[in-house]
Structure formats: structure tokens, C-alpha cells
Design a protein around this ligand. Structure first.
Ligand code: GLN
Length: 465
């Protein structure tokens, strides 16, 4: 018996090297958990049929001496990241049987390292949502409470790690989709700096906002995985060179921005600040002008990009296709029947904010506000090293609680979207649980490419938590 709950990437690597157990032993152990729990939780849309073969291949690298830290590490992959030859559906009917024709750069890096891909995880359709309720293939339930959501859109990845169905996972974050499910499921999630990790082979939802990143059980694992997947990629022109940053000393709290949040989230936040003080950090009250407009700005910029990024799914180039009376009717049939409600809502909204006569008023205005928010956050980050916020204003909510009210669902992104609008890195670290034993997360945000700072701080916080 392997105690899965205590494992980290480094520990597993040592166990493999010492011969305590083999890659196959470990993979079988995770598979057992998946067989037992996935029926209820639905974290995985598909568990790959060849995990044992992958494990045997990885094991060889421990014999021939080419093993690296990620060799043999079982990882779950969000269903919008391409793995050559495997289905990548983005949890949409329109791509239900679509097989990827190439590897995403992050996947190529993991393959080279010899990681074992366990399967593809559930998500909100095309990453549009915050609860995984927008999946065309069923809800992912929260491993802590099956009546509640796992968060989203990377809910399947977060739940897979939380239920011990994989040691780590990849997600994508356009407006909080790595951090929020991580906080709902009691695990760690990093949205890297825009450009730090290649988006090549990751299905775009809103290309100026989204990026893939790690979901793990510890900050150390998050760092290990990030260091493997990061880097300049000639296939993604926005990628940039990383740097090493110095230790954080001061932490800014934008108290004026903490209105209307759950009482227990606020209490937990105050306790977390005290813990940070006890670790020697200087806690400063800060103001971030215009940050209160983040959600409004995001929900104009994002749908505008969605309307253009979704244009490629026309039933001709990719995926499923429905017959129509003629070519144009075929587009209507395919897109009308195979896209879900939320995807259509965003395409319509986005097309509207870009339409002649309205683009000045909405899209251009939103971009101006995006610049203002970016400037004010950057200015604050010259005064403090890191900004701290709760990851989400509430713990995991009940299934169905927000589905009839998209505005309520959008408001739940209040603390996460600023990092995407500005391109700054942000990490969610578990910060305790509510009286109902629901996990909560604390979010740290730093300057561009200062992931090091977040890891260092996150590791210290995690230790005393
Ligand atoms: N919840 C946000 C949205 O619905 C974030 C999605 C994401 O990051 N992919 O757009």
C-alpha cells in the first residue's frame, strides 16, 4: 500500500530511485482510487487505456539513468490541452470526437520528461465558467462535499488531484480557472505570468488572457511543475524569458476591495494575515484604484475575444458537423446545436460589444480601463512586494445555486480576473477550512515573472497553516 496523500513529486522520485515502488505500482494505486471515486466525482472524462504501458516506459528510464524529476509522475490533463492522437473535446459536443493532431508545448515538455498522462479532465465547455456545470459531459462534484461544485473551469483537474486520482494536473486560467477550483478543492494552483508558459496547443478561449499552469498538492510541487513547463517557445510569440526574483518582505492588503464577501472567508483571511505577520512579513494597507471595475472589464474584453476565438468551430475545419440546407445553414445547425448555452451567450455578447457603433462604447472603453487597472496594480507593486487577497469570495457553492443567474456566477471571479487583465502571476494556496469543512484559498500576486517570490512565500505560509 502506498500512502498517496503524503506524496510529493520529489518524494516519489526518491522512492522510484530507491526502488521502494515502481512507476507501475504507483499508477495502479492511482487507478484504484479513480475506479472507486470517479463515478461520483466525474473529475476525469477519460482515463487513458495505456497508463500501464506509459508506466513501463517511464520505469526504463530509472534503469538506463535518464530519469528526471518528472519521470513516472502521474499527471491529469485538462481537456482543452492537446495530446497528439488523443481526444481533446474542451468538454464540448462540437469536439466530442476530435483527436488532437499534435502535442501542445507543455505536453511535449512533459513527454520528454517521461511523465505519465493519466487522462483528460472535465471542465466548463471551452473553459467558460466557474463551476464545471457548463460541461457537456456532466458536473464535476467537489471531493469534500458531493453536493457542491468543484469550481471551474479546471474543476476536473483540481478534483482529480484533491481526490488522489493523480499527483498533479494541468489547468488553464483565463479569469481564475486554475486558482478558484484549486481553492474550492483544497489544493495549490498557479496562474503563471502571461508569456511565461507557452499557449501553443492550448485551445484559446480568450487569447490575451489565458495561460496553462499547474494544479498540485503542495507549493513545492507547483514550483517543480512550473519550472518544467515554462520557457520561451518559438511557436508562441508572446512567450518571454524568465528571471529570478528576490524574497518578498512586504505584503499589501487592499481592504477597501474586500466588501461583500462570505463571513467565514473574511475571518479566515484575517487569520491568514496574522499568520503572515508572525512569519515576519510587513503587512501594509493599500488602495488599488479602479480594481473594482475588473469584473466589468473582463466581461467585455473576454467575450469579445471569445467571439473571435470560437469562429474556427464551424463544422468544417474541426470536429462535429451537422447537415444544413446549404453551407450557411450548416454553420447555423452545427454551432446552434453543438455549442452549449454559455458559449453561445458569450459569442453573442462579444459580437455585440465589437459591433459597429458599440465597439467604442464597450470594447475600446474596456481596454482603456484594462490599462488603468494594470497601471494602478503595477504602481502598488512598487510599494509592496506582493498583494494578498482571498482567492474566491465564497467557499465551494452548492450545485445549481448560481446556474440560473449568470451575473452571480460572474461576480464570483471578483478577486481572480485582475491577474489575467494585467498578465501578472498569482498563486492560490490552501488557507484552512470553513465550519462545514470546505477548503478556502489565499491568493498572492506579484510583479511579472516573479513566480519565485510567490513560491517562497507560499511555502512558508503552507508550513504554518
Ligand atoms: N470564471 C471565469 C469565466 O467564466 C474564468 C474562466 C477561466 O479562467 N477559463 O470566464
Amino acid at each position: 500500500m502506498i500512502n498517496l496523500s503524503e506524496l510529493t513529486i520529489k518524494k516519489v522520485h526518491d522512492h522510484f530511485k530507491n526502488g521502494d515502488f515502481t512507476v507501475l505500482d504507483l499508477v495502479k494505486e492511482y487507478k484504484k482510487v479513480i475506479d472507486e471515486k470517479n463515478g461520483d466525482i466525474n473529475a476525469y472524462l477519460e482515463v487513458f487505456g495505456d497508463i500501464e504501458e506509459q508506466a513501463v516506459e517511464a520505469q526504463k528510464r530509472f534503469t538506463d539513468g535518464t530519469a528526471t524529476l518528472l519521470t513516472g509522475i502521474p499527471i491529469a490533463v485538462k481537456d482543452n490541452i492537446l495530446i497528439k492522437g488523443r481526444v481533446a473535446s474542451a468538454a464540448s459536443k462540437i469536439l466530442e470526437n476530435y483527436h488532437a493532431t499534435y502535442d501542445a508545448t507543455v505536453i511535449a515538455k512533459l513527454k520528454e520528461a517521461g511523465a505519465v498522462f493519466m487522462g483528460r479532465t472535465n471542465m466548463d465547455e471551452f473553459a467558460m465558467g466557474g463551476s464545471t456545470e457548463n460541461s457537456a459531459f456532466g458536473i464535476t462534484r467537489n471531493p469534500y462535499d458531493l453536493e457542491r461544485v468543484s469550481g471551474g473551469s479546471s474543476g476536473g483537474s483540481a478534483a482529480a488531484v484533491a481526490m488522489d486520482g493523480a499527483l498533479c494536473a494541468l489547468g488553464t486560467d483565463t479569469g481564475g480557472s486554475i486558482r478558484q477550483p484549486a481553492s474550492f478543492c483544497g489544493v495549490v494552483g498557479l496562474k503563471p505570468t502571461y508569456g511565461a508558459v507557452s499557449r501553443y496547443g492550448v485551445m484559446a478561449m480568450a487569447a490575451s488572457l489565458n495561460i496553462p499552469g499547474p494544479i498540485t498538492k503542495s507549493v513545492e510541487d507547483c514550483e517543480v511543475l512550473f519550472n518544467l513547463i515554462k520557457g520561451v517557445d518559438r511557436l508562441d510569440s508572446v512567450t518571454i524569458e524568465g528571471k529570478t526574483s528576490s524574497e518578498a518582505k512586504s505584503i499589501g492588503v487592499p481592504r477597501g476591495f474586500l466588501k461583500e464577501i462570505d463571513k467565514e472567508v473574511l475571518e479566515n483571511f484575517e487569520q491568514s494575515l496574522n499568520k503572515l505577520k508572525s512569519l515576519g512579513y510587513e503587512i501594509k494597507e493599500i488602495e488599488i484604484p479602479n480594481i473594482e471595475y475588473s469584473v466589468a472589464t473582463y466581461y467585455v474584453v473576454m467575450p469579445a475575444e471569445v467571439s473571435s476565438d470560437m469562429a474556427r468551430y464551424d463544422g468544417v475545419k474541426y470536429g462535429e458537423s451537422l447537415e444544413g440546407k446549404d453551407l450557411v445553414d450548416g454553420y447555423f445547425q452545427t454551432r446552434g446545436h453543438l455549442f452549449g448555452k454559455e458559449v453561445k451567450r458569450r459569442i453573442i455578447l462579444g459580437t455585440y460589444v465589437l459591433s459597429a457603433g458599440y465597439s467604442e462604447q464597450y470594447y475600446n472603453k474596456a481596454n482603456q480601463v484594462r490599462n488603468l487597472i494594470t497601471k494602478s496594480i503595477k504602481k502598488v507593486l512598487d510599494e509592496v512586494d506582493v498583494i494578498v487577497l482571498p482567492t474566491s469570495p465564497t467557499p465551494a457553492f452548492k450545485i445549481g445555486e448560481k446556474t440560473d443567474d449568470p451575473i452571480q456566477m460572474y461576480l464570483a471571479d471578483i478577486f481572480t480576473v485582475a491577474a489575467n487583465l494585467t498578465g501578472l502571476p498569482a498563486i492560490s494556496v490552501p488557507s484552512g477550512t470553513t465550519s462545514l469543512n470546505l477548503p478556502l484559498g489565499l491568493q498572492f500576486m506579484s510583479k511579472h515573472l516573479e513566480e519565485d517570490k510567490l513560491f517562497e512565500l507560499g511555502k512558508k505560509f503552507e508550513k504554518i497553516n
